[in-house]
Write a protein that binds this ligand. Structure first.
Ligand code: UD1
Ligand code: MG
Length: 419
């Protein structure tokens, strides 16, 4: 029988503490909705199927995820165990593994889940739990192990006694189950006094049946942090920022101030590039070696900077490529633009790339000198080795090796101010 790998994303719960009109799951972290991040992790794990359990504000979640997952509706929010029961029809005929992820735990690494899944398979465990040691375990389910370290059950905070409350090993809520073991056991669980069905009770039931349960301790506790309110959303942003920036710094990029440098996840940056404070670099950008960026630079999506490029103070660029050694040193906007090698773009120059309906391209050839405060009204092509006089508004293509001046002539009215 085919072994499946199915990911279930728990996304039916409420999100009151966000104090928002929107579901917390569609709030963004570094440009991606929380729940999209979790789906992305499942996609990277190459699951055969991804199923999202939706309930509260389900339309918003579905609108964001579209056909990236299958949906199962949890009509009443009766607990994590109840949520998983809604997926049983999709699991009953299958064998293999099922991974449980939370829609509001968005910065778990794919590698961590992968390890959990590998361990579950290699050790042939019925359930493998991702656990963590925390000095502040309040609010989490506690992991109960026996004398030889086997996991026996998970006790929720409200059910803890003085002794279990002291336990520092907590349940992250992320699991990998053997499908058949889960299907056979989840039917055993009974509602608690509050009417809720706890997925955690499956663990005790499995243990009572003598099934094998494993625990994998997460190395980095920040991975299992969830988002309940906007304070936690900001905290996770900070953690992600440090994670990304640290990776670039170790790869040879100088970041002067990590606190104010926002680099989106899929950005590539070459060695010995220096990033000055207050700089944002968004998705799909590729930056070469020995570049200098910032301070206060805004590199928007799909920019390509070759080696030794300078993007200086208060410059915004978007869908723009800059070839070797060229400079946009200050106060400029370059959008939908191709800049050749050895070009200098003077202070205050902008591409007028948008006519109100469409975006148009600007092409600037090699070795051009664009004088300060130039407007390039796109679509427009500036040839190679061109000099554009400061203050020009360029509306027509400029041939190679020319000087282009497009501004009013100055008139001096002599002695005018003596009158
Ligand atoms: C759960 C675990 C707890 C663990 C903690 C980690 C249970 C009973 N407890 O507690 O051991 O330490 O997570 O964060 O499982 N959800 C649904 N439908 C529901 C209820 C919840 O889809 O009916 C979803 C929520 O949207 C959320 C996730 O399941 O994504 C966890 O639910 P939450 O209510 O936060 O569980 P905790 O009480 O934190
Ligand atoms: Mg929770």
């Amino acid at each position: 029988m085919k072994k499946d790998k199915i990911a279930i994303i728990m996304a039916a719960g409420k999100s009151e503490a966000m104090n928002s009109k929107k579901s917390k799951l569609v709030h963004k972290l570094y440009g991606k909705e929380l729940v999209s991040r979790v789906v992305e992790t499942a996609e990277k794990l190459e699951c055969d199927e991804i199923i999202t359990v939706v309930g509260e504000q389900k339309d918003q979640v579905i609108e964001v995820l579209k056909d990236r997952t299958k949906y199962v509706l949890q009509e009443e929010i009766l607990g994590t165990g109840h949520a998983l029961m809604q997926v049983l029809p999709d699991l009953e005929s299958k064998s293999g593994q099922v991974i449980v992820l939370y829609g509001d735990v968005p910065i778990i690494k794919k590698e961590t889940v992968e390890k959990l899944v590998d361990r579950n398979r290699n050790e042939r465990e019925s359930a493998t739990l991702l656990t963590a040691f925390s000095d502040n375990p309040n609010g989490y389910g506690r992991i109960i192990r026996n004398e030889v370290g086997e996991i026996k059950e998970i006790v929720e905070e409200i059910d803890t006694d003085e002794q279990t409350r002291q336990i520092k090993e907590i349940n992250s809520g992320i699991y990998c189950f053997d499908i058949e073991a889960l299907v056979n056991t989840i039917k055993d669980i009974k509602p608690h006094e509050n009417g809720q069905l706890y997925l955690t009770d499956v663990i005790k039931s499995m243990s009572d049946k003598g099934l094998k349960i494993g625990g994998m301790i997460v190395e980095d506790n920040t991975e299992i942090l969830g988002v309940n309110d906007r304070v936690q959303l900001e905290l996770l942003g900070r953690i992600l920022r440090m994670r990304i920036n640290t990776m670039h710094m170790l790869n040879g990029v100088t970041i002067e101030d990590s606190d104010t440098t926002y680099i989106y996840e899929d950005v590539k940056i070459g060695k010995d590039t220096v990033i000055h404070p207050n700089t944002t670099i968004k998705s799909d950008c590729v930056i070469g070696e020995d570049c200098e960026i910032g301070p206060n630079a805004y590199i928007r999506e799909k920019c390509k900077l070759a080696d030794k490029v300078k993007i200086g103070n208060c410059v915004e660029i978007k869908k723009t490529s800059v070839a070797y050694g060229s400079k946009v040193p200050h106060l400029s906007y370059m959008g939908d633009c191709e800049i050749g090698t050895g070009v200098n773009i003077g202070c205050g120059s902008i591409t007028c790339n948008y006519d109100g309906a469409n975006k148009h391209k600007t092409i600037i050839g090699d070795d051009c000198f664009v004088g300060s405060n130039t407007n390039l009204v796109a679509p427009v092509k500036v040839g190679k080795n061109v000099l554009i006089a400061a203050g020009s508004t360029i509306t027509e293509d400029v041939p190679d090796d020319s000087l282009a001046i497009a501004r009013e002539r100055q008139v001096n009215k002599i002695d005018w101010n003596k009158k």
